[in-house]
Design a binder for this molecule. Structure first.
Ligand SMILES: *Cc1c(COP(=O)(O)O)cnc(C)c1O
Length: 435
């Protein structure tokens, strides 16, 4: 499968090259040159097909030109030691739980697949890969867990000081070994900008192999389509295929779902739900795209003011606003509504949602109110409620149970390197450590 930069169609790579480059050399995002038609592969998925089977068949279908069947099977078996779960919560809304992986967030799917792909690809290379990643909370922990102790790979994580939850910070800063955490005195947008600037810095590129593990990386993006396919293939006897409500920040998750639909998954559409950082919903409403600094909210993994995957969405719809609107609806949810929703879902349906999932859930409920003909919506649940103890406690009055994966790290000691929020600061660090 061939991918081209969203900024220049002449810059083309295969999957392997795209995985290691992360961002294209011109600063664009890699995007499929043509969307493969996998309708036949997808039509074979049914309620009995496991997530691992779907991931493996899709990997073969998408990358059969580059990977042998054995490689595809090895990558998926290593990556997916965990699965999603689908829970019916109301008559019309089911929740797709994507938090059963090692860091208890949906980003485990992308990070694990990317780590497994890189490990497979590095077998035939002699050089070490350095992974640079900016996180607003969850990416970093998923990446840290997925890459911990992998040979020939060093991971540098940038996170905004004081803007991730205490537990998230522990996840980022306690693994050690090949994982280094840079605590940046600034916002997530600063972290993201610093990483982007490193990738296009000729001096750095000349001296080391830099790769990304952010949602901009194809190796993270592509596997996120697999759980849409899995959920879509579950039995919904007598009903039409479901919509998907996606709590969104950088829009990697939603983009992956839209890609699955372009490859042949039948769905009536998607719902982009954000917190107050509503750049994309605003675009869907007005046609104007105004990226701006992010604002801090209770669903902090979605505090993104300039979503990196927006260019990919534009590329999929060839810049056609009307087409995008036909496929993607929008809802915006405030912090106050997020707290109320967590409490109400628990009281009415005995379901405990994290703040991001609550944003998606309220978006789905509102969309159903406006569109009475819709039969069912699957709301993606992006994190375990135990990851956002403080917010869930504020909403419900009691602390949620911490998942086992997270209990273990609570007492470990934080190790981070305090870093200025400038491109030069990151460059200096990299040169000192790796050049
Ligand atoms: C990253 C993240 C999101 C947003 O996903 P995008 O792909 O960036 O839109 C939502 N919820 C949680 C818990 C996350 O970690």
């Amino acid at each position: 499968m061939q991918f081209a930069s969203t900024r220049n169609p002449d810059i083309k790579v295969d999957f392997r090259e795209g995985v290691f480059q992360g961002l294209a050399p011109d600063g664009g995002l890699y995007h499929p040159v043509t969307m493969p038609d996998l309708t036949e592969v997808i039509s074979k998925f049914g309620p009995g097909t496991t997530f691992l089977e779907i991931a493996t068949e899709m990997t073969k279908g998408l990358f059969g030109d580059e990977l042998t069947d054995e490689q595809a099977e090895r990558i998926c078996t290593k990556a997916f030691t965990f699965s999603p779960a689908l829970v019916k919560v109301t008559d019309k809304i089911s929740i797709l739980e994507l938090y059963h992986g090692p860091s208890c967030a949906f980003k485990d799917f992308g990070a694990s697949y990317l780590a497994a792909c890189m490990e497979e690809f590095l077998k035939s290379r002699s050089s070490k890969a350095i992974i640079l990643t900016a996180t607003s909370g969850d990416t970093g922990s998923a990446v840290a867990r997925a890459f911990h102790k992998r040979e020939n790979i060093e991971v540098i994580i940038l996170y905004p000081s004081g803007r991730v939850s205490p537990l998230q910070e522990k996840q980022l800063t306690t693994l050690g070994e090949n994982i280094t955490a840079l605590e940046v005195k600034g916002s997530f947008d600063d972290c993201q900008r610093m990483v982007k600037s490193a990738f296009v810095d000729p001096e750095l590129i000349g001296k080391m192999t830099l790769s990304s593990a952010n949602s901009i990386n194809l190796g993270r993006l592509i596997p996120q389509s697999f759980y849409y396919l899995w959920a879509n293939s579950r039995d919904q006897a007598g009903k039409t295929k479901p919509y998907f409500a996606v709590p969104s920040g950088n829009f990697g998750n939603l983009t992956a779902g839209v890609m699955a639909s372009k490859w042949g998954m039948k769905t009536p559409g998607f719902l982009a739900v954000t917190n107050r950082n509503d750049v994309v919903p605003e675009y869907l409403k007005t046609g104007d795209y105004n990226p701006r600094p992010s604002e801090q909210t209770l669903s902090n993994a979605m505090d993104v003011g300039a979503p990196s995957n927006f260019d990919r969405l534009l590329a999929i719809f060839k810049g056609d606003w009307d087409k995008m609107k036909e496929t993607i609806g929008e809802e915006v949810v405030t912090d106050k509504e997020t707290l109320e929703t967590i409490k109400r879902i628990q009281e009415d349906y005995n379901y405990l949602a994290d703040p991001h999932t609550a944003v998606g859930f309220l978006g789905a409920e509102r969309y159903l109110e406006k569109n009475a003909d819709i039969e069912n919506i699957i709301c993606l649940s992006t994190a375990h409620p135990g990851k956002f103890l403080e917010v869930v406690q504020e909403a419900t009055g009691s602390f949620p149970e911490l998942p086992e994966q997270l209990k273990a790290i609570q007492d470990l000691e934080k190790v981070s390197i305090i870093t200025e929020n400038t491109d030069q600061a990151l460059k200096d660090f990299l040169l000192a450590r790796f050049a």
